[in-house]
Design a protein around this ligand. Sequence first.
Ligand code: UDP
Ligand code: MG
Length: 195
Amino acid sequence: MKSPKEERTFVIIKPDGVRKGLVGEILKRFEQRDMKIVALEMFVATRGEMDSHYPKEDAWIRRLGEKTMATYVKYGYDIKRDFGTGDLVRVGKVVRGWLLDYMSSAPMVKMVVQGVHAVDMVRKIVGPTMPYLAEMGTIRGDFSADSPTNANAERRAVYNLVHASETPEEAKHEIEHWFGKKGAIFKYKRFGIDE
Ligand code: UDP
Ligand code: MG
């Protein structure tokens, strides 16, 4: 069995994170929490690559619609006015399309992060999806105030700086997708963590 320190997760600094000059800040927050960067690269994704990165199942697409809907209900916005439908799968499909456009619009930084409970730890450091809800002290809470109310009005995805895998299974799929090449992931010992 692998050491608990070898759990891996996949992270992308999204176009808004790069364009806000937050690459160093974001890396620092993972490293200071004893997470080890074991692969790192700047790249531009094609729309097709982003399409195979994000799940295509209705359940995942509906969840995008539900996340928008929750904010609309909270602030009394009308989902039908913005999307012409209240069907959350149809809303989710529109949002997914904006997401693919956004994630292929400019350079990003992709990485593999390794450490104890890396998947959960990195999600905690990043914060929840909607920056307006994210606590201060999280990356999304400290550097963005975006919300689906204004993102949808501008017909774009919510700008929330970072992508991070949500489960070990998602991490495995994403690491293979983005760092599948042999030799792309490195092994080294961090002082104070590995020795
Ligand atoms: N997203 C959006 N509007 C929504 C829900 C999600 O623009 O109502 C975007 C947002 O950029 C998010 C991405 O879709 O990061 C993927 O959604 P997911 O639910 O997987 O959130 P995450 O795992 O990134 O927190
Ligand atoms: Mg996700």
